[in-house]
Design a protein around this ligand. Sequence first.
Ligand code: NAP
Length: 306
Amino acid sequence: MTPIYDRVALIGLGLIASSMFWAMKRGGLAGEVTGYARSAETRATARRIGLCDRVCDSAAEAVEGADLVVLCVPVGVMGAVAEEITGALKPGATLTDVGSVKRDVIASVGPHVPKGVHFIPAHPLAGTEHSGPESGFADLFQNRWCLLVPVEGTEPAAIARLRGLWEAMGSNVEEMDADHHDLVLAVTSHAPHLIAYTMVGVADDLRRVTDSEVIKYSAAGFRDFTRIAASDPTMWRDVFLTNKDATLEILGRFTEELFALQRAIRTGDGDHLHAYFTRTRAIRRSIIQAGQDTDAPDFGRSKKSP
Ligand code: NAP
């Protein structure tokens, strides 16, 4: 296949960047891929495992001559990294990112985008609880959504080219505006993560149930919360600090519903509980019908798995 971009630069070499690299290499989607991460340790790991064709010692060096530059760093440092590379961006290049929040990234990166560079924010809705350069794999984006959030006036040809890359990496692509993206993600990802963090934190605090009991009997639901709550602390701190309004709005709604359920339990209102759980079960069914999860019992874990 002819590469979609001759030269790609990945800034930040964690889960998302390494998955992009392996997917691009497998599909022959990029010519040379350069990479940069902040720590010498990550850069050494990348060199050892062959992550990127060339690992550079500065972000500016990595982006020099690149047709596509992908910011794969935590949302809170996107602006600073953009400022660092702005002078090195090639005219006509596309600058994109993979951050989980979009309005804040547009506000912090936007002012550093030179004229003649296409800035197309993006967010692949794919991930795991693992992070770092060794956690990526080529199939991560397979049948997952990637949302493009182009700013007004962006050249359609540049958007189409980036869309082509994500599709070739296995994603389904849709365009969305930044505010709507942040609200949708607050519902589907950000608030659920906060709830999982809270649940695991509560179990840790509850001294009437010992730690060993929590771990031993975790398959009864708690285990799934622990997977989510094991996600990278820096990434998630930044998500909540930058998607403050939408997350707080959804958490407000969540608290109200929780109080209503609490009241139903206290007053013995079984009809309310039953109707509520029937509605939530239908949502689970539609996620499976949309091919976004497996119908296998216990999320398809084998009986032998821990
Ligand atoms: P990750 O595995 O933790 O990797 C982050 C990378 O960014 C590391 O290589 C880190 O370098 C580098 N970095 C941090 N600060 C930097 C700085 N100031 N300058 C240069 N590099 C810096 O993270 P990830 O999971 O790939 O997430 C990357 C982005 O994708 C985030 O914006 C996140 O919101 C978004 N995202 C994540 C997921 C997910 O589930 N993980 C899903 C979709 C989107 P060091 O290793 O040297 O510290």
